[in-house]
Design a protein around this ligand. Structure first.
Ligand code: SAH
Ligand code: SF4
Length: 412
């Protein structure tokens, strides 16, 4: 339900949070206030806990100094912990990108993957609140499978650094059930859904690592890591509400990408505008025939049905729908495909832009990365037909951090 609060979801054992049965991180101010009332404390104690969790990013209940010591001790005695997901390993790319294994707790064997791109990847270009600048057509050769530096500590980058183009790529599930043929995450299958605290916790862990000032820096979030957010809808939207209301990030700087889960898009259309991210659809093919081959989910929800659902999403002034388009050499990158995509996007009548992504390789996947010339030609065809088209840079390919490469790659 739109606007629903995250009422004590973590106590549900089907939604583990690192073996901690009572994590505070993940509860919103409303739930925390309700809990305080339940134990006979003033409700504003809940707001104090929320501020400590989401604004001050405390790691231990003893650090919530706005609470009397007796209350802190009581919370601990009752089994509560902060239990915010933490960066266990960091892989650093030569291009500045970092990929993290984020652990949701010591007893949780499944780490989730989160990516930090200090300069974005060009996908944000052309947005209403444009932050990206360059989208040159460089397509560096991949030196993949070199896991790089494993130091989970911050890199000590100067805080004078301006993060206004930085982007955090967030996971919504461990693995994915959707089975797109070009995506490495698909190889994992669905391991489990992440809960709201685990999704929002990835963001807070990265904000803390880079000393981001939420009120001044304008980082972008993309829900484009592991998993299909619209197949974990309630937890995903609960995380968005935490990030907007409690952490203080703007939904205008958030984009969620879906492979085209129609019931999820229909629910998304009901969300209040001040709480919902922008929407990206992974189109990835010029027609149903090719799309069904590369994204079997197309047999369930073909392009026409996806577009019909997207049309029902009320847009903000100047907001555009993004169509993500992965270019697979010889399969989806031909000049005739570009013309077909231009016609398709025009026919939708939607204010739209297309983000082109040259396929990022992964072991055991047979596709080929397109030549930079065909990426450029594709972009020019779309632009010539009046469709804004941008090329997303393959950030962090050398550490397996680029789109579709997230698969809990710990070793080489
Ligand atoms: N599950 C959601 C969001 C995560 S995938 C979705 O599919 O939209 C984020 C983006 O990465 C999608 O647009 C997807 O098509 C793209 N992608 C997946 N594998 C890729 C790969 N190997 N190379 C380039 N892009 C890829
Ligand atoms: Fe899942 Fe998205 Fe990968 Fe498809 S592209 S398998 S939906 S993560």
């Amino acid at each position: 339900m739109p606007g629903k609060s995250n009422r004590l979801l973590p106590l549900d054992a089907s939604s583990p949070s690192g073996g901690c049965r009572k994590p505070l991180f993940g509860l919103d101010a409303e739930s925390l206030a309700a809990y305080m009332a339940e134990i006979g404390e003033p409700v504003w104690r809940g707001v104090q806990v929320s501020e400590a969790l989401y604004r001050q990013w405390v790691n231990d209940i003893s650090e919530i100094t706005t609470l009397p010591k007796s209350l802190r001790l009581r919370l601990v005695a009752e089994g509560w912990q902060i239990a915010r997901p933490a960066i266990a390993k960091a892989f650093q790319s030569s291009d500045g990108t970092e990929r993290y294994l984020v652990e949701c707790g010591p007893a949780d064997p499944l780490a989730v993957e989160t990516v930090w791109m200090p300069d974005g990847d060009g996908g944000e270009a052309g947005d209403e609140n444009e932050t990206g600048e360059s989208h040159d057509l460089r397509c560096p050769g991949s030196r993949f499978w070199d896991p790089g530096n494993h130091d989970p500590q911050p890199t000590g980058r100067s805080r004078k650094q301006d993060w206004r183009r930085a982007t955090i790529c967030v996971s919504s599930q461990v693995g994915c059930a959707v089975n797109c043929q070009f995506c490495l995450t698909a190889k994992l299958g669905l391991q489990r859904n992440l809960n709201a605290g685990e999704i929002a916790g990835q963001v807070v862990a990265v904000l803390e690592r880079h000393a981001v000032r939420v009120d001044r820096d304008r980082v972008n979030l993309v829900f484009m890591g592991m998993g299909e957010p619209f197949l974990n809808y309630d937890n995903f939207m609960a995380a968005v509400r935490l990030l907007v209301r409690e952490v203080g990030l703007s939904p205008l700087r958030m984009t969620v990408s879906t492979s085209g889960i129609v019931p999820g898009i229909e629910r998304f259309a009901q969300e209040p505008l001040d709480l919902r991210p922008k929407l990206a659809i992974s189109l990835n093919a010029p027609n149903d025939h090719i799309r069904a081959e590369v994204m079997p989910i197309n047999r369930k929800w073909p392009i026409g049905e996806v577009i019909d659902a997207v049309r029902r999403v009320p847009l903000r002034p100047r907001e555009r729908i993004t169509f993500e388009y992965v270019l697979l050499a010889g399969v989806t990158d031909r000049p005739e495909h570009a013309r077909e995509v231009a016609r398709l996007v025009r026919r939708t009548g939607l204010p739209a832009k297309v983000n082109l992504i040259a396929w990022n390789p992964g072991p055991g996947i047979v596709y080929k990365t397109p030549e930079s010339g065909s990426v450029e030609a594709f972009q020019h065809t779309l632009a010539g037909a009046g469709i804004p088209a941008y090329v997303r840079q393959p950030r962090g390919r050398d550490i397996f951090a680029a789109c579709g490469q997230l698969k809990r790659t710990v070793e080489g």
